[in-house]
Design a protein. Structure first.
Length: 176
């Protein structure tokens, strides 16, 4: 359990912990990404965007991370803060990023879309997953399925290993 407390000078808008637990990423409302060690030392301070960071996610091999800010580009960084790859400007603001163990990158946006990217940030597939913002994404341990949850009060499980993007509705709660 971490006992280190770190403070950012700005509002923290996104966080992720490295798979080994050695590092924590924090994106803030000034477009900065800070990486902290488990001892509380600031390892990296990166001015990545001109607007608030919406999502950060470590790669599964811990060699770098992906970031997003609104509808600006997705950027892949190494641990030194050097840009490795970048997408074009995105059509809608990204809310979540997840990376599978085999390097498949999933993003979701405020319009209910999910996009799948290869490790070089080349778009592989994009589909309407929900009617409203996708609030969360999670890969299965084998990377063959992607769970999504939305503000439309549904959760879905997407099969990624077959033709098309078959899904099952795995949960829905009626409005109170």
């Amino acid at each position: 359990m971490y006992k280190t407390k770190v403070r950012d000078k700005n509002e923290i808008t996104s966080t992720d912990q490295s798979p080994s637990g050695k590092y924590v990423l924090m994106g803030n409302d000034e477009g900065e990404i800070n990486m902290w060690g488990q001892d509380g030392d600031l390892i990296l301070n990166l001015k990545a965007y001109d607007e608030s960071i919406s999502a950060v996610c470590f790669s599964s091999d811990e060699s770098g991370f992906i970031s997003a800010a609104g509808d600006e580009a997705l950027i892949k960084w190494n641990l030194l803060g050097e840009m490795i790859a970048e997408t074009e400007r995105l059509p809608h603001p990204v809310k979540n990023i997840q990376i599978s163990k085999d390097g498949l990158i999933a993003t979701s946006d405020i319009k209910g879309n999910v996009s799948l990217w290869d490790e070089n940030l080349k778009l592989q597939s994009s589909f309407q997953a929900h009617q409203q913002e996708v609030a969360g994404l999670a890969f299965s341990p084998d990377g063959q399925r992607l769970a999504t949850g939305s503000r439309d009060r549904t959760a879905k499980l997407w099969n990624l290993d077959g033709p098309g993007r078959n899904f099952e509705v795995s949960g829905s709660h009626p409005k109170d």
